[in-house]
Design a protein around this ligand. Structure first.
Ligand code: ZN
Ligand code: ZN
Length: 200
């Protein structure tokens, strides 16, 4: 399966975060320095879209888009444009509480990620990543993880327990630069989540 999803938007091409794992290759593994690459503008995403020429020789469309996940590229619900592919950060209601980043195409939320950040201990925990079923396996989850990480790249990051084949396959594709499965919640996060300070 290499073609885009045929959802309400027609063909949705894969995405990946700028700078997450820069290896000079297309998402299908071709060395772009050898095979060649062209770019065009995607009106659907309101982003540049790249085409791998080696993919095209192999009979594949070979198109993908790179998303700038930096903090300054993340909108609020009030400032988010209503067209294109956009990241929207929804802050937590209280210190170290659960915040959320959504990835939207126009006004449609394709997926979101829940995270807790503590500025006191400089810790961050990824709680849950969700991508709408018809948009999975396109890299939107990786973009969400990278967007979360970009909010505090120097913090100590961890995730909640990774359960089940699907979750393991997801994280294997993301290959994050931090350990999985052992959430290092701090007392502020426990309190914000309604637990006792020691997590009971
Ligand atoms: Zn390719
Ligand atoms: Zn804390």
């Amino acid at each position: 399966m290499v073609s885009g999803s045929q959802g309400e938007f027609g063909s949705v091409v894969p995405v990946r975060p700028i700078g997450w794992r820069v290896d000079g290759r297309c998402p299908w593994g071709h060395d772009l320095g050898i095979g060649g690459c062209t770019t065009t503008y995607s009106h659907l995403y309101a982003l540049h879209e790249s085409f791998c020429e080696a993919c095209s020789v192999a009979g594949r469309r070979g198109a993908w888009a790179e998303v700038d996940v930096g903090r300054e590229q993340q909108f609020t619900s009030e400032t988010a444009p209503h067209n294109g592919l956009v990241l929207v950060a929804v802050p937590p209601a209280q210190l170290a509480g659960l915040g959320r980043i959504e990835i939207r195409l126009g006004r449609t939320v394709l997926g979101d990620i829940d995270l807790c950040l503590c500025r006191v201990e400089q810790r961050a925990v990824l709680e849950q990543v969700r991508v709408d079923e018809q948009y999975r396996r396109h890299g939107f989850g990786t973009v969400l993880v990278a967007a979360a990480h970009a909010r505090a790249p120097r913090y100590q990051w961890s995730t909640t327990v990774v359960r089940g084949e699907q979750a393991r396959a997801f994280w294997a594709a993301v290959s994050p630069p931090f350990p999985l499965g052992e959430p290092h919640w701090c007392t502020h996060m426990h309190i914000a989540a309604g637990r006792t300070p020691d997590g009971q």
